[in-house]
Design a protein around this ligand. Sequence first.
Ligand code: IPE
Ligand code: IPE
Ligand code: MG
Length: 242
Amino acid sequence: MHLGIIMDGNGRWAVQRRLPRAFGHKRGASRVTEIVRICPDLNIKTLTLYAFSTENWQRAAHEVASLMKLFRGYLQNKFIELVENNVKVVFLGDTKPIERDIVLQMRKLEKATCNNDGLTLNIALNYSGRDEIIRVAKKIAKDCKSEILKIEDISDNLFQKYLDTKNQTDPDLIIRTAGNQRISNFLLWQIAYSELYFTETTWPDFSPEILKNILEVCKNRIRTYGTTSKKEKLIKSLNLNL
Ligand code: IPE
Ligand code: IPE
Ligand code: MG
């Protein structure tokens, strides 16, 4: 399955402890490592983490700088572990505003892991769903103009092939930590039929144990994609009677 996580609440976690917000981000980064490691055991084939939105640049310069420092450190320190653990890393988002050395490390990691076939780890960095859709629209328009595509070719399927998540399945479940019940510009195209789960736990307090419990709770949700399936209704009623 494909799981997406909006890792929220780092700042609140720190403020509640009278610590600078950067401490919350640091602790949040160590949670990423734990969650990435547990995914194969939980049958999660793709994990998409929302690390930094296109709107997050508007935060105080020192907070943005501390986040960039963390990304830089993550890319350096986790490189070998990700390669050796058969993780395929894909970055979602627009790399243009990101510092050059970080982008080079991102490309290096993508290249080094591109043939791995274990967990696919999508890291959304300078990402927003609207920005992704606009980038797709521009690429499609360009390909129509240069006659690589015809307007009639544009379909759901074709659009998917232009997304940062091209050739991946859509998320089955999106979890947002820290209590806010909103999407904040995460994967807008891809979450059309995703299940949503909101937890009060902040990201620095999240754990593999909490993830296991959420998956347990969500596994009985029946997805009908706009249809009514007799078979699924039957399963549901059987579950209710157990
Ligand atoms: C999520 O935590 C991390 C990023 C957005 C980069 P926040 O920093 O948004 O934490 P809160 O929401 O302020 O508590
Ligand atoms: C969403 O969280 C972005 C990430 C988790 C990277 P934000 O904290 O930036 O979003 P809002 O401000 O609550 O909508
Ligand atoms: Mg937040």
